[in-house]
Design a protein around this ligand. Structure first.
Ligand code: TYD
Length: 207
């Protein structure tokens, strides 16, 4: 059975690049890799719902992301029998953090919120063999292609700041994060890949 690796982080954390680079690196080591992502390309059958709905339509979005995941799980499980690794760019923790920003407001007690959302999302969750969280808080400098870019996305986006906070709180609680690893999000693409690969080689006993 192939190993299931999930990559998580806020928008612009470098998640998709890291997922792709890990896939290439593992392939160069002779491993077969199936790279996939959520939302899937079947998410809304081309209706472009993500750009039409608002974040505040969190209940519809939650249901749609769960439905998408249930279908996606069939491909993930099948691919795990065919490949050494299945790498998924976003999974359950994304729904927890992104939809959680609004759902959380309905709970007086934070513990209850985390328990509730974990239960709801467990229905469509496949336990990963490794989840990597890119700890990028949007405030820092990022070295990219030799040029320094300042990404102050929190100042333009209060929402992402809340998403980040829920990610880190869920991770602290160990929700959907067993065998979890946190990768520094402020390094170069190469540094992030090296950090991730080091963990992967160790966890999966690859020479
Ligand atoms: P993504 O494809 O990662 O972003 P991009 O289009 O920049 O490559 O995801 C699209 C958006 O969907 C992103 O803002 C995160 C959001 N999202 C949720 O809100 N809940 C979820 O469960 C998932 C999987 C994504």
């Amino acid at each position: 059975m192939g190993k299931f690796i999930v990559i998580e982080g806020i928008d612009r954390s470098g998640k998709s690049t890291l997922a792709r680079n890990i896939a290439i690196d593992l392939q160069n080591r002779g491993k077969s890799v199936f790279l996939t992502h959520e939302p899937t390309s079947y998410f809304d059958s081309g209706l472009d719902i993500l750009s039409k709905l608002k974040r505040e339509d969190y209940m519809i979005l939650l249901a749609m992301f769960i439905r998408d995941r249930i279908e996606h799980n069939k491909y993930i499980l099948k691919s795990m029998t065919e490949y050494d690794f299945v790498i998924c760019d976003r999974y359950s923790l994304s729904s927890l953090a992104y939809q959680g920003v609004f759902l959380k407001e309905h709970f007086k007690d934070q513990d209850q919120f985390y328990k509730w959302i974990e239960n709801v999302l467990s229905i469509s969750h496949i336990e990963s063999d490794l989840t990597i969280f890119i700890d990028f808080n949007g405030k820092s400098f990022r070295q990219g292609n030799g040029e320094k870019r300042e990404l102050e996305i929190f100042e333009e986006n209060e929402y992402l700041k809340n998403v980040y906070n829920i990610y880190t709180e869920a991770i602290k609680r160990g929700i959907f994060f067993n065998q979890g690893r946190i990768i520094g999000g402020n390094g170069s693409k190469e540094e992030m890949l090296n950090e991730a690969i080091k963990e992967i080689l160790q966890i999966f006993h690859i020479q």
